[in-house]
Ligand binder design. Sequence first.
Ligand code: WTA
Length: 659
Amino acid sequence: MSVDASSHEALAQRLEELLEVESFPPPEEFARDALLNDPAVYERAAADPLAWWEEQARALDWFSEWETTLNDSRPPFYTWFEGGTINASYNCLDRHVAAGLGERVAFHWRGEEGEERDITYAQLHADVQRFANALRDQGIEAGDVVGIYLPMIPEVVVAMLACARIGAPHNVVFGGFSPESVKERMEVSEAKALITADGARRKGRTAAIKQSVDEVGMPVATTIVVRHTGIDCPMGEGDVFYDEIMDAAAADCEAVALDAEHPLFILYSSGSTAKPKGILHSTGGYLTGAAYTHRIVFDLKPETDVYFCSADVGWITGHTYIVYGPLMNGATSVMYEGAPDYPDKDIWWELCERYGVTLFYTAPTAIRACMKWGEQYPGRHDLSKLRLLGTVGEPINPKAWVWYYHVIGGERCPVVDTWWQTETGSIMIAPLPGITHCKPGSATQPLPGVVAAVVDEAGDEVARGKQGLLTLRQPWPSMLRTLYRDDERYVATYFEKFGPRTYFVGDASREDADDYFWVIGRVDDVLNVSGHRMSTAEIESAVVSHPKVAECATIGAADEDTGQAVVCFVTLEGELEGTDELVAELREHVARKIGKLARPKRIVWADDLPKTRSGKIMRRLLRDIAEGRELGDVTTLRDPAVMGQLEQRIAARRDEADA
Ligand code: WTA
């Protein structure tokens, strides 16, 4: 389809106009009907934060009421709702079924080849109970860690909730990670079982998941295999099929009353070192944050809304805003298995039209891709039911914001830019769509109950407009409790810099004159590629594990499409020469070690890397040359000549690309 040139021009002009607008008030109609439209909520929460969080926790069903709302006697080890008992699966399912909502659709599931399945709350409830029993039949008990490595299919939700039902913390690994990464995560969490699939589909092809998992060998007693693609699937000792153990299991399984602080899940995320961090979340506090934020940030009206979050369940966004938040709130969601451009680049908009999506949540990188593909793709579909749009994962550039607002939202929908992290469990800084005047590029203000501040290295608040370090100054219920079996690293990573009462985020930010937060990006060695979090150290150690590589320094270079792109500076063993074949080989090697998402976009051969006299690699200088900037201070380098050579290599590459 070709774009009508004059309408394209009109669009460009409108976007230019919108870029001039400093702030967007909530659309009138939206504000009138919004769940929250009185700014006094902020003051009420600030006046008595504990009472505020208690009120949010009361929105859930507790088996027994807590005794202590917040126990902060041992900071930074905080507990919430101690003494209370609760179950996540009960709150997602049983209580809705008991309230007569069993026939409501929980998920409109859509497979890549167009298959459709509507799964009601009652069906999910039945499947989860049966699978919880099946897990027990396999010897899984409360406290046992269960790994999950599944594509975006309904069984992934069943698996997570069945674990939650019996108190077995799940450890979901994103399907884009390699089996080697899965193995590492199973090892360090001492998982008892792994739930995976025969195969996964991606853009018309099928990947043999079970087989590739076997090739690496998993350190678990039991592997449960969902037959999803029907691909041939080797089964060994300890391997069982999901459908077979489901058939053999009893139908009824009561949800276990668990302590509020019982671990609900571990989710591995990248940090500053090569070893991923096992971020541990509790049950009561996490659920409180997930349900609360999903309701107020998306202005959720479960009777009439249809919600679509395009993330993958393997990330925290999927945990909180595909599974726990929406289900606890009784929402109807769309769940889509595939890629945004398969079978064509309008699939998301087709789904929005088909299911009448009203609330849509995605990442800035995806919006930028849609902009590139062109407005004709959304233009093919009726998106008039949409009433709110959200983004997450990285700062959104104003151009993408106004495109999203105009082309997808028809200028009717507030755009909520939500800032948060795997560690925070739920959204921390975001607009309240019926109240906040949005500024494109700013996540705006902390939600009621959350206190954020931008500080300098000494922990003192910086002046408005000045860049500093983002911190959270008050514990909140859905915060991580620790790093799994590594309390020391938990303290060192988040609470050493400013003490046990100030959470160190790891992001740079500034606050403007209206007290709006503008998050800039990470200040540590964590990369953000297409909203996916990765560690430079992890990539470096993967590259260096290749026998031909001597040394590697990895940086995230600014990238128009993906926010940041992985660039590796590599020195080779002995007299080896860098070739195009070796580039391909190294990229493949990283994909095998970590996953395709970590594959370097560029590899730059270097005879030597810029190091200080004490041997520390100066990544800052590498970023400067990769992004084509004037070099910063090079006087501390052991051998400043190194930079000249690297600059030449980069320039030569640029000439090649231009030619
Ligand atoms: C970045 C994803 C700016 C930030 C939920 C954070 C953002 C990291 C935003 C966490 C946003 C996330 N604006 N930056 N709206 N949302 N980030 O753990 O650097 O995968 O620290 O959690 O993503 O990534 P994570």
